[in-house]
Design a protein around this ligand. Structure first.
Ligand code: ATP
Ligand code: MG
Length: 569
């Protein structure tokens, strides 16, 4: 999947390098560059998604590896779609992923400089003002196999062009009435080289420059020049910009700027979701989800709210590597990376989702025993917590069967199970209501079977999670399924919204948790250092940021194992 080569490094060992590392190594060795400066250039028109996380880890990761640095540049050349809210969220997400940028810039900081570059092209006879409509321009473009035709305005004199361009800037013309085009080659096999538009008239308010400008540079004219202004050595972008590279180089050469170079790698596509800000915005606006940070969203803020860790996302990005061909990555790899990290850091707690009462008939009335249980068996410094036990407890309804098959190792009449961190109990009896629903189970416990000091000699194959009835705390649990019913919704016929999974959220309004979870309620605030939990036999959970001390809400980050693929086969 990733494109890597094996070649010896200085000390003669064989190391695996991806194609971008190879380019950087060569550039540093040949002296083309003495250091590496990359940039991450989001357009602030939405929240970042996991695809951007890939781009962030590539840009920041490579710079860190080569002792260089990375700029954060907001590509805010389109006044209509950009908002300050998005700028804030982007900053926050990059920081949360663990990266620190060198300088923060805005493409709009360069509007004056870019205007100057355009004037230089005009004076050099390399740009002209075109009065044609966008339809006329499109009609004159030709096709990949048929050359285009020259615009009647192509041969305007530099002086006339400069005057017109200045009038465009001064607001003398309405939107869409004129454009500035680079004068390149109307028969180039690369359609982007056929006199591309570099400035448009747009009387629109900009989130930073206000009403100062009514002409705005196009992506192609702004991006490479911004790179060059910042002395970016390696401008890494995704494959769809491949055909733009020729134009990128043309501007830099004709303007005599710092020799930034563009390199492309494959976009990350993830199964069962979509990666376009425009489509994600539609999900938000049309209320398919509860905002950009809905835990089902592939946004960084959604993943964070759901309980993904920055480390697991970085690990995911590193495992998929940098590819040169587009592909679809299975979301189960992301989930695997989450489990791997969460298993190491999660506090273990017991929560019963669908409770049925168990009365321990030989437990003395009114007594409570404070048992101890490890917070995290994967962490020797994790400490213990107190788990109270009393005469009445709750277990999961489906951990009991009236007529159990032979291989059923949970509770059934006459059978014994271990209660996690507590005692072995044996089922003596149970009660049902008139609908046949089990209402109460009666068990006896074996006082000499306590976990850690079991001398009972009783064999119990199953271990159940449980909570003491009088100590249990009510919490709300939210379990999630895939946001889309199909692997690649963007590729399906028709509207992607038709493929939204209607059952992607399952709310359990009242689950019963052991009291230690309530003590952690202080963590249920809007901070990113909340604790991660493993609810035993259930999955990994993270307190939702809307939790309060009175009402704790937990989002399932990921299940304990990949049961999804099996169920849906
Ligand atoms: P979208 O289509 O989701 O709006 P975009 O490419 O328009 O994405 P930008 O804000 O322009 O988003 O992207 C900032 C950087 O992130 C660009 O360098 C872009 O190539 C990169 N990027 C965006 N989506 C992905 C992705 N799915 N995988 C890898 N890199 C991506
Ligand atoms: Mg974009």
């Amino acid at each position: 999947m990733a494109e890597t080569t094996n070649s010896p490094n200085n000390s003669g060992e064989r190391t695996s390098r991806n194609f971008l590392e190879e380019i950087m190594d060569n550039d540093l060795q040949s002296g083309r560059h003495t250091s590496v400066l990359t940039r991450f250039p989001p357009e602030p028109n939405g929240y970042l998604h996991i695809g951007h996380a890939k781009s962030i880890t590539v840009n920041f990761g490579l710079a860190l590896k080569y002792g260089g640095a990375t700029n954060l540049r907001f590509d805010d050349t389109n006044p209509v779609t950009e908002e300050t809210e998005y700028v804030e969220s982007i900053r926050n997400d990059v920081r949360w992923l663990g990266y620190t940028w060198k300088d923060e810039f805005y493409a709009s900081d360069y509007f004056e400089q870019l205007f100057g570059f355009a004037l230089k092209l005009i004076r050099d006879g390399l740009a002209y003002v075109d009065d044609s409509t966008s339809e006329e321009i499109a009609a004159m473009k030709g096709t990949p196999t048929r050359p285009g035709t020259d615009s009647p305005y192509r041969s305007r004199s530099p002086q006339e062009n400069e005057d017109l361009f200045r009038s465009m800037r001064a607001g003398e013309f309405p939107d869409g009435s004129r454009t500035l085009r680079a004068r390149i080659d109307m028969s180039s096999p690369n359609m982007l080289m056929r006199d591309p538009i570099i400035y448009r008239i747009k009387h629109a308010h900009h989130h930073r420059t206000g009403d100062q400008w009514c002409i705005y540079p196009t992506y192609d004219f702004a991006h490479g020049q911004s790179d060059a202004i910042e002395n970016i050595t390696h401008s890494i972008c995704t494959l769809e910009f491949m055909s733009h590279r020729e134009l990128y180089n043309w501007f830099i050469e004709k303007l005599g700027l710092f020799p930034s170079r563009q390199y492309e790698f494959a976009r990350l596509n993830l199964s069962y979701t979509i990666m376009s800000k425009r489509k994600l915005l539609q999900l938000v606006n049309e209320k398919y989800v509860d905002g950009w940070d809905d835990p089902r969203m592939p946004t960084i803020s959604g993943l964070r709210r759901r309980g993904y860790t920055p480390k697991s996302i970085r690990e995911f990005c590193s495992r998929i590597g940098v590819a040169k061909r587009d592909n679809l990555i299975d979301v189960s790899l992301l989930e695997f990376c989450a489990r791997e990290d969460l298993n190491k850091i999660s506090q273990r707690r017991m929560v019963v989702f669908d409770p049925v009462k168990v009365v321990i008939t030989n437990w003395p009335e009114g007594t409570v025993e404070e048992l101890e249980s490890e917070n995290n068996p994967e962490d020797s410094n994790g400490g213990n917590r107190i788990v109270p036990m009393s005469r009445e407890i709750f277990i999961e309804r489906d951990d009991f069967m009236e007529d159990a098959p032979k291989k059923y190792f949970r509770l059934s009449p006459g059978k014994s199970v271990r209660l996690k961190s507590a005692y072995i109990i044996t089922c003596e009896d149970f009660q049902k209501d008139e609908h046949g629903t089990i209402t109460e189970i009666h068990c006896t416990y074996h006082p000499d079977s306590r976990s850690g000091s079991d001398t009972s000699g009783i064999k119990a194959k199953g271990t159940l999670h449980w909570v003491s009835a009088s100590h249990a705390v009510n919490v709300e649990v939210r379990d999630y399924d895939r946001l889309f019913r199909v692997e690649n919704p963007a590729e399906e016929e028709g509207d992607f919204l038709d493929y939204v999974n209607p059952d992607s959220l399952r709310v359990i309004p009242v689950a019963l948790a052991e009291p230690a979870l309530l003590e952690d309620a202080r963590n249920a605030t809007d901070s990113d250092d909340r604790l991660h939990y493993q609810f035993l036999r259930k999955g990994y959970y993270y307190a939702d940021l809307s939790s309060t001390a009175e009402k704790l809400i937990f989002n399932q980050t990921v299940g304990l194992r990949d049961t999804w693929a099996k169920i849906n086969k």
